[in-house]
Design a protein around this ligand. Sequence first.
Ligand code: NI
Length: 259
Amino acid sequence: MNKASNLTDTHAHLDFFGSDQAVEKVISRALMNRVNRTITIADRLESSYRAVELAQKFDSVYAAVGIHPHDAKTVGPNTIKELKELAKSPKVVAIGEIGLDYYRDHSPRPVQQKVFAQLLGLANELELPVVVHDRDADKDVIRIIAEQGIKKGVFHCFSGNVSLAETVLSMNFYISIAGPITFKNSGNLVDVAKFVPLTKLLLETDSPYLTPHPYRGRKNEPAYVRFIAERIADIKGVDISVVEASTQENVSLLFSIPK
Ligand code: NI
C-alpha cells in the first residue's frame, strides 16, 4: 500500500473517550482505517495536560494545548504560564483550540478577546501554529489575529461562506473541513470545498461530535475522517489518493509533523 494513502485527523478531542484503554481502542481503529496521525485538541487546562499525556503514550497522537473561548473566564494568572510549560513538550504541535464564540457566549466577550490575544501571543513566542474556533465572531477573530501578527494556523470546523474562506486564505491560514460536509444540508460548505485549493485544505472529525454520514447518531471518532476525505474527493472530482496526498503534505507543513 502506498504510504501517501494515509490520512490525518487534525482535530479530535481524545480526552472525551476516557481511559487510556478506551483511547487505545479508538486509535487502533483509526490506524486500521489508515488514519496514521491524530491531533488531540485541548479546550481547558485539564484537557491540555491530558492531550500531552496521550501524545506521550501513543505514537500516532500529537497534541495541541489551549483554552476554548467557552472557558476563557477560567483563565487565571498562572494558566498561560502552565500552558507555556506544557507546550514545550516535543509532541505539542499547535496552540488550540482558541478563538471567539459569540453564538453561545459562555464567557463574556471582552474576556474571550483578551484570552484569545494572550494565547496568540504565546503561539508567536513558541513559534507554533494556532487552531482557531470562530463562531459568529469573524470580524473580531480576524482583527485580533492580524493585531498579533499571526501567520500560521487553521480555521477549524469551517462553517463560513466563500467570502470568509477567501479572507482566511489571504491571511495564509488553512481551512479545515469536518463532518457537516457529508450532510445533506451542507449548504455553503460544498461551495467552500470547491473554492479552497487542495493545498490549503485540512480534514478533521472534531470527534466525539459531528459524526459524518453514514454514521450520524453514533459517537464520532478519528477513523471516520475517511468519509470527509471521500466527500471532498467527490466534490472536487479527483481521486481520493489526491486528497490524501495533499492533505498529508499540508499537515506536515503546518504542524511540522513528519509524514
Ligand atoms: Ni473542537
